[in-house]
Design a protein around this ligand. Structure first.
Ligand SMILES: [Zn+2]
Length: 153
């Protein structure tokens, strides 16, 4: 019967010699086995020297993209929200119609009726943010896009 090279006792010796920093040759001499046997056993035990201890790669996450600032794109999004709310042909109610002199940044400047006529005025509704017109008239002003959207949907 052949005695196995690595008895539990020898393995313990191997570990302790290894941790003590002995060379493979010294370990082999102390235990009474071949140097190759020591090297092979160390590798099977995942014991090795000089190997890089588990590469540590810090995983850096990409910084979050900066938030987009209010832009023309956002205005388009607002317009689309308006399109979604109202049917294309819904009439725009201008309950705050005003004259040219009364127009301001805060009033929709959509012309109502024929310029020069007695009842000519401007819509005067509160404009959509960043737009010259109220939501209803913005929709009319950009109706082409609206139609395309309707056709798609
Ligand atoms: Zn308007």
């Amino acid at each position: 019967m052949i005695e196995p090279t690595w008895t539990p006792e020898r393995v313990e010796q191997l570990r302790s010699y290894f941790e003590a920093g002995l060379s493979c040759r010294d370990i082999a001499g102390n235990i009474g086995v071949s140097r190759n046997a020591v090297i092979g056993k160390l590798s099977r035990l995942n014991l090795s020297r000089g190997a890089p201890d588990g590469e540590r790669r810090p995983r850096r996450r990409k910084p979050a993209a900066p938030a987009e600032r209010p832009s023309a794109k956002q205005q388009l999004v607002m317009l689309q929200a308006v399109y979604d709310q109202k049917a294309d042909d819904a009439p725009v109610v201008s309950s705050n119609s005003c004259s040219l002199l009364e127009l301001s940044e805060q009033r929709c400047r959509w012309p109502i009726n024929t310029p020069g006529a007695d009842d000519f005025c401007f819509c005067g509704n509160t404009p959509l943010g960043g737009m010259p017109y109220c939501s209803g008239h913005s929709r009319l002003a950009y109706q082409t896009g609206s139609r395309q959207r309707a056709a798609r949907g």
